[in-house]
Design a protein around this ligand. Structure first.
Ligand code: SAH
Length: 367
């Protein structure tokens, strides 16, 4: 068991240069003006980047060559370089390993489903939350990602789906902040990224807020702040245990904000936004899979959230060298049944990408 304490503040080091996707629309216009170019060039650049999903300056023929190279040099610096791409599920799941300007490694995963195309993105290089069952958590936190580094993962995924490089050509519809990192520990940049992802083209990529899920270990003050933003993104809470004794161990930040506080903050989020909260529960054999814990979970959620909760059971994806394993299927079925019996909806999440180490908590850990 890990005894690493959670780290809430990221080192301020290492953020990449400014990028178009860091800036709101008015900021882009002034950045372009500061470079001595006509402000309307900001809209053209935005149209290329957010609308046509390209960073290739050769394609930006509506901007004169001289202006183009200056603008691209200053506002479209390369942030993430794909160093490896692996796929499985007959090409319907594709993981990309990215290297940042400072050699930080992060990953994103595109997953195609009938009627939906999802990208799972990273919000930090590494993670400071120290959850002992999560490979990323064991590596510690390297740094926050910039807004643009997060948006770049989404833009690249949208281009990949459109071009048929991850299953048949289609449209990226969903974004989940369930890659590396704790999104709410990089709050401002993640929130700005949500705007860039959801604002209509060319301000942003034009995805629906309802199709964006932000997942958290339960940083209660940030959950409260997020509830007040007036967004309609889905909140996922990684609970993993209904009782503080076990959760203190599985999600170390629980020593700071207890289960009851996390659920109260989740309820407030659900009430403010009208959105159902996803409760994530990685089911671990003989650790958190007992029938009594299922009943306790169901009771607590029913009391606090009622119809506003949905439990996602995730079969534990064992990390290399871990002594933990997924719960046996009969225990999993009983767990789901008991949560359902308490009046709370509960399903088992499908486990994409395990054979390419693209499943939960393993992103970038295999390198
Ligand atoms: N830090 C955020 C988001 C990233 S992890 C959070 O914790 O919510 C996305 C989900 O994968 C979390 O619910 C996390 O607990 C879960 N997870 C991490 N490692 C896992 C593993 N080895 N098996 C199953 N789920 C895991």
């Amino acid at each position: 068991m890990s005894s690493l304490p959670p780290v809430l503040a990221a080192p301020r080091l290492g953020l990449p240069p400014r990028h178009l996707a860091d800036l709101p629309v008015d900021g882009r216009a002034s950045a372009v003006a500061e470079l001595g170019e006509q402000p309307f060039r900001a809209r053209q650049l935005s149209q290329h980047y957010f609308g046509r999903l390209t960073t290739d300056t050769a394609a930006m023929t509506d901007i004169p060559l001289r202006a183009r190279s200056r603008l691209a040099g200053e506002l479209l610096p390369p942030l993430l370089t794909a160093v490896r791409e692996v796929s499985c599920d007959e090409g319907n799941t594709v993981k990309t390993l990215w290297r940042g300007h400072d050699a930080s490694l992060v990953e994103s995963v595109v997953m195609r489903y009938p009627g939906r195309a999802t990208v799972c993105v990273s919000s930090q290089a590494g993670c400071g939350m120290a959850c002992p069952f999560c490979a990323t958590g064991q590596g510690g936190l390297r740094r926050n990602l910039s807004t643009a580094e997060i948006v770049e993962q989404v833009r690249a995924a949208a281009a990949m789906v459109r071009d048929g490089r991850a299953g048949p050509p289609g449209r990226l519809s969903n974004v989940v902040f369930m890659g590396m990192g704790e999104p709410l520990a990089n709050y401002r940049r993640v929130l700005d990224a949500v705007h860039r992802i959801c604002d209509p083209v060319p301000a942003g990529l034009g995805l629906s807020q309802r199709n964006v899920t932000v997942s958290t270990v339960g940083l209660v003050p940030a959950m409260r702040t997020l509830a007040a933003e007036g967004l309609s993104v889905t909140l996922a809470v990684s609970l993993h245990a209904p009782d503080d004794e076990l959760r203190d161990e599985l999600v170390p930040v629980n020593t700071r904000w207890k289960v009851a506080e996390v659920l109260a903050a989740a309820r407030r989020y659900a009430e403010r936004t009208g959105r159902r909260v996803s409760v994530e529960y990685a089911l671990i054999r003989d650790v958190n899979d007992q029938p009594w814990r299922a009943s306790l979970l169901g009771r607590l959620l029913h009391a606090e959230l009622g119809q506003l909760a949905h439990v996602n059971v995730i079969p534990l994806n064992p990390t290399p060298g871990s002594r933990w394993d997924a719960a046996p299927k009969p225990a999993e079925r009983e767990f789901v049944r008991r949560v359902n019996d308490a009046g709370v909806s509960c399903t088992v999440r499908d486990t994409r990408g395990r054979e390419i180490a693209a499943a939960c908590g393993q992103l970038a850990a295999t390198r």
